[in-house]
Every structure is written in structure tokens, then in C-alpha cells.
Ligand binder design. Structure first.
Ligand code: FE2
Ligand code: FE2
Length: 156
């Protein structure tokens, strides 16, 4: 599998969680909270690993440098929205409006990655590099997860 297929699979999972939450509507529920938490971990893990395994090497190339820097800014924007959505004082339609902003931002981000970044990345890297990146992405995810578990333990 190449990094492109792997990232696309991850993106589809993120999109399906976004759809699910939108369908649950503005009223809060245990199901929505749980789905939102799932979405949040998935996005953070995906973004961090994507930056390490995919964006970082692409920063070396002139063709892709600006695109991945823009992508990193969008990751930060999504993280800010996720933090705001975690604030328990935000409820009802205000929560839902912000969620829709997040959904739109992520759909735009995913679309840009899969069109512009992927097509330029394919021009600057070989098939061998693309399959190595998939392995790097998996390793980066494992590493991020371990760090998070350690942090969680420290808090508890
Ligand atoms: Fe991304
Ligand atoms: Fe992505």
C-alpha cells in the first residue's frame, strides 16, 4: 500500500465520523459525545503522524513546500476548533454551528490534500518512497499514541 491509499482510508473514516455527528443534530447525547471523542483522537493522531511522515519530507521539495506549510496551518486551525468544541460551556446550536465550521474546514482540507498535495507529491517522489512513507506513517502513529498514553497517565 502506498501512503496515498493509506491517507485516503484515514480520510474516509474521518469523513464518516463527521457525517455521523452532523446527522445526530444539535442536541447533545452520550452517543454524540462518544463519537466526537473518537473523531477528535482520530484527527489529532492523523494530523501529527501525517506531518511527520508525509509533510516533513515534502518540505524538502520546492514544488510541495508551500502546500504542506499551508496544510500544517489548517491542522492547527482544526485543533483550535476541536479544543473549543471540547469546552463544556458550549452547547446546543452554538456547539453545532462550530461543529459545522470544523466539518467544512476539514472537508476542504482533505480535498486539497487529495488533489493538489497528492498530485504534486507524486511528481517529486518515487513509488518506493511512497510505500516507505506508509510504513513511517504507521510508526509515527504508534509513537504518538504511546506519548499520549504516557501523558494521560501523568495527568491521572
Ligand atoms: Fe492533513
Ligand atoms: Fe490528511
Amino acid at each position: 500500500m502506498s501512503i496515498f491509499t493509506y491517507l485516503k482510508e484515514d480520510h474516509r473514516e474521518i469523513q464518516s465520523l463527521l457525517e455521523k455527528i452532523e446527522q445526530l443534530g444539535p442536541e447533545s447525547s452520550a452517543e454524540r459525545d462518544e463519537t466526537f471523542n473518537q473523531l477528535k483522537s482520530k484527527i489529532i493522531l492523523h494530523s501529527k503522524a501525517e506531518e511527520r511522515a508525509f509533510y516533513n519530507p515534502l518540505k524538502e521539495s520546492k514544488r510541495t513546500k508551500d502546500e504542506v506549510e499551508h496544510g500544517t496551518e489548517e491542522h492547527q486551525e482544526a485543533e483550535t476548533l476541536l479544543k473549543e468544541l471540547t469546552d463544556s460551556s458550549l452547547v446546543g446550536s452554538a456547539w453545532f454551528q462550530k461543529f459545522k465550521t470544523l466539518k467544512q474546514a476539514l472537508e476542504h482540507h482533505i480535498d486539497e490534500e487529495e488533489t493538489e498535495i497528492f498530485s504534486d507529491a507524486k511528481k517529486v517522489m518515487s513509488d518506493g518512497e511512497a510505500s516507505q512513507m506508509e510504513k513511517d506513517m504507521k510508526a509515527a502513529k504508534k509513537d504518538e499514541e504511546q506519548h499520549r498514553n504516557i501523558k494521560d497517565r501523568d495527568v491521572a
